[in-house]
Design a protein around this ligand. Structure first.
Ligand code: SIN
Length: 291
């Protein structure tokens, strides 16, 4: 199948921030079997991230506040991209910035790299003071960032949307109008968890992003709304733990899906989900269309 020119063996990708830069999982599963690998967000300069604790388990989910920790683009191009180039699986690089110019610069640098088959633009991280969700909550800023990235690269541009808005179709339309080829949704939902013994937040940065099965019905609803509002393809993300969860997203209109939090529970979750989708397709040959 193809998604805006990206050739995929199957519609199952691993979600940004849940799979490192591929190397971290390569001893546990065959990366060649995945539809695509979406890297953890990279920024222009290295980032230390947020103070610990950064992850908290919640009922049917997980809160994280990593703060986009990464080693920066130089390190990524030198150390991580050559590793990913060894696999017969498209690499989609997730980028994050504090300004429109930073996003554009990252896209420009990645544009020269043949291993990079697509750029996912993170305008939805809820855990940073500058950039991230601040861009993705405002349709005007969404347009500015996506238009700048669009101009800086010929590679397919995927806008990763935040659910922390009143109407996600507004930012979806803004991203599509600015030239995004694909939309991916949803990123995490802002949440908080308090330790009643200390009276303090369980996260070092007070709030974090909620992911996992707890958010799946919200994600399915948003994918349905967005696929009925824009013409470009949508990648569904949000608490997908099994093949049947993935099928819900396809029936809501998604062309592909990303597996996120499930990777932390079972390193082989994505591979199992590919097989379970295949079983469903054999049971209902006409239910899904992966052309
Ligand atoms: C983080 O690094 O805090 C999470 C990234 C994201 O939600 O986009």
């Amino acid at each position: 199948m193809e998604l805006a020119g990206i050739k995929l063996k199957n519609p199952v990708m691993v979600a940004s921030g849940t799979f490192g830069w591929g190397r971290e999982y390569s001893d546990y599963l065959d990366l060649n079997k995945l539809g695509a690998i979406v890297t953890k967000s990279i920024t222009l300069k290295p980032r230390e991230g947020n103070p610990p604790p950064r992850i908290v388990e919640t009922p049917s989910g997980m809160l994280n506040s990593i703060g986009l920790q990464n080693e920066g683009i130089e390190h990524f191009l030198k150390e991580d991209l050559p590793f990913l180039a060894k696999f017969d699986t498209p690499t989609i690089v997730n980028i994050a910035g504090e300004s429109v110019e930073e996003y554009a610069e990252l896209a420009k640098r990645l544009s020269k790299e043949t291993t990079v088959k697509g750029i996912e633009v993170n305008i939805s991280c809820p855990n940073v003071k500058k950039g991230g969700m601040a861009f993705g909550c405002d349709p005007k800023l969404t347009k500015e960032v996506i238009a700048a990235v669009r101009k800086a690269t010929t590679q397919p541009v995927i806008a990763k949307l935040t659910p922390n808005v009143t109407d996600i179709t507004v930012t979806a339309k803004a991203a599509a109008e600015a030239g995004a080829d694909v939309l991916s949704l949803i990123n995490t939902i802002v949440g908080m968890s308090i330790d009643i013994e200390t009276g303090k937040s369980r996260l070092g940065s007070l709030t974090g992003g909620l992911s996992g099965p707890a958010i799946r019905p919200i994600a399915v609803r948003m994918v349905y709304e967005v696929t009925h509002a824009v013409k470009i393809p949508v990648i569904g993300i949000g608490g997908i733990m099994s093949g049947s969860d993935a099928v819900e997203f396809f029936l809501a209109g998604a062309k592909a899906i990303q597996v996120g939090t499930a990777n932390f529970v079972d390193t082989e979750a994505a591979i199992k989900i590919i097989k379970e989708i295949d079983d469903y397709v054999h049971r209902y040959p006409r239910a899904l269309n992966f052309s």
